[in-house]
Design a protein around this ligand. Structure first.
Ligand code: PLP
Length: 390
């Protein structure tokens, strides 16, 4: 017996781009002191007050099957947050709760596309995107964004790739590049989406992490709400990665259809997690700012340190918990640089190629170590690059 071609083909036949990450993990397991700047996870744990709310909810009986689209209270709290941040009127009927942003990405593609349809992404992309699209029985097609544009995607490039496509997956603030899409970028892409009749799947899991400019959702632009599904999550904004609590916000009929999919897949998110989510959202924007603050601090420190070298050129890192660096000044591509850095300095960063071809000359540095360890890693990374260039 053999597994299906669909599941065996999730990685498109190549590497899944996580080889360096696995190598770093193996070194750590073997007791080596690796400074790890790979994945997007906070260096703090979930706030004890949220854990208390989770515990209290479980003890109060929220341990049975929970409402599948999400509890009314949670959907109200999510709708209120989205309305506050985007100005678009949003009710609980626009919200379905999912197992993190990741499950929302899969559900959104299943909801927007037929099997075999082409689904567009912007390259560089979050590493799971092509596999998620294949899991929905669709065909990923990457639209390259350019380093010289600060990785803001061009509307013409989307248009040139749009023939036969059904959806476009956007991500702002962006992982891996840190780009925050401008109004001009989103307006131009919105025009293409209307002309080409594309669904916009807008991954906004980093909406609380904006350091420069402001977060804009395509759902907030004129005439786009009816063709936009927003993906969100408490993972990054509330340091709740392990709680697996996310959502899709969109037109009511789409949300109802996605709730049907949930009934037939996970049958809802645990009630005690949903209650913890209500409590977490009740902590308001000040709490989200508190969770984001360390990344803002480390980004500022890193950019200041990078000003003293010509060898590493940062992509404008306007949002999200990463800084992407062009390493071509060292004479190496991102993969060779990251592997060399791991061997020589025991510092792990992600090669840009893990996120698509457009970032092959880059590495992504996650701002996810406590300040003193981060500063040491940054200093040694810059010294390593300077040594290579010399
Ligand atoms: N989207 C992007 C761009 C991400 O970077 C991540 C996680 O790193 C996710 C979605 C998935 O997040 P979660 O499933 O934890 O909400």
């Amino acid at each position: 017996m053999r597994a299906s071609a669909r599941i065996l083909g999730l990685n498109g036949g190549g590497s899944d781009g996580w080889d360096l990450y696995r190598r770093a993990k193996a070194m750590i397991a073997a007791g080596e002191p690796v400074l790890e700047l790979t994945i997007g996870e906070h260096d703090i744990r979930t706030d004890p007050r949220i854990l208390d709310a989770m515990d209290a909810a479980a003890r109060a009986g929220h341990t049975g099957y929970a409402p599948v689209p999400g509890s009314g209270r949670l959907r109200d709290a999510i709708a209120a947050r989205i309305e506050r941040m985007t100005g678009v009127p949003t009710t609980r009927d626009n919200v379905v709760v999912t197992a993190g942003g990741q499950a929302a990405l899969l559900a959104a593609h299943i909801a927007c596309c037929e099997p075999g349809d082409t689904a567009l992404t912007i390259d560089p992309y979050y590493a799971t995107y092509p596999g998620t699209i294949r899991a929905a029985s669709c065909v990923p097609r990457a639209v390259p964004a350019r380093p010289e544009d600060g990785f803001q995607p061009r509307a013409e490039a989307v248009d040139a790739a749009a023939e036969g496509a059904k959806s476009l997956l956007l991500n702002t603030p962006n992982n891996p590049t840190g780009a925050v899409y401008s109004e001009a970028t989103l307006t131009g892409i919105g025009e293409v989406a209307r002309a080409r009749d594309l669904w916009l799947i807008s991954d906004e899991v980093y909406d609380a992490q904006v350091w420069q400019g402001r977060h804009l959702s395509p759902r907030g632009l004129p005439g786009l709400a009816e063709r936009t599904l927003v993906i969100g999550s408490l993972s990054k904004s509330h340091a709740m990665t392990g709680s697996r609590l996310g959502w899709i916000v969109g037109p009511e009929e789409m949300v109802a259809a996605i709730a049907d999919l949930s009934t037939n897949t996970n049958y809802g998110i645990p009630g005690f997690i949903q209650e913890a989510g209500v409590f977490a959202l009740g902590l308001g924007p000040d709490f989200e700012a508190e969770i984001a603050a360390p990344f803002a601090r480390r980004r500022a420190l890193f950019l200041e340190m990078l000003r003293r070298t010509q060898v590493l050129r940062p992509v404008p890192a306007d949002g999200a918990m990463y800084v992407m660096l062009d390493v071509s000044g060292t004479g190496r591509d991102g993969e060779a640089f990251a592997n060399g850095l791991l061997d020589a300095e025991r510092i792990a960063v992600m090669p840009g190629a893990s996120f698509g071809a457009a970032a092959a000359n880059h590495v992504r540095v996650a701002l996810t170590l406590p300040d003193p360890a981060f500063e040491e890693a940054a200093r040694r990374l810059i010294a390593y690059a300077t040594g290579l260039a010399a």
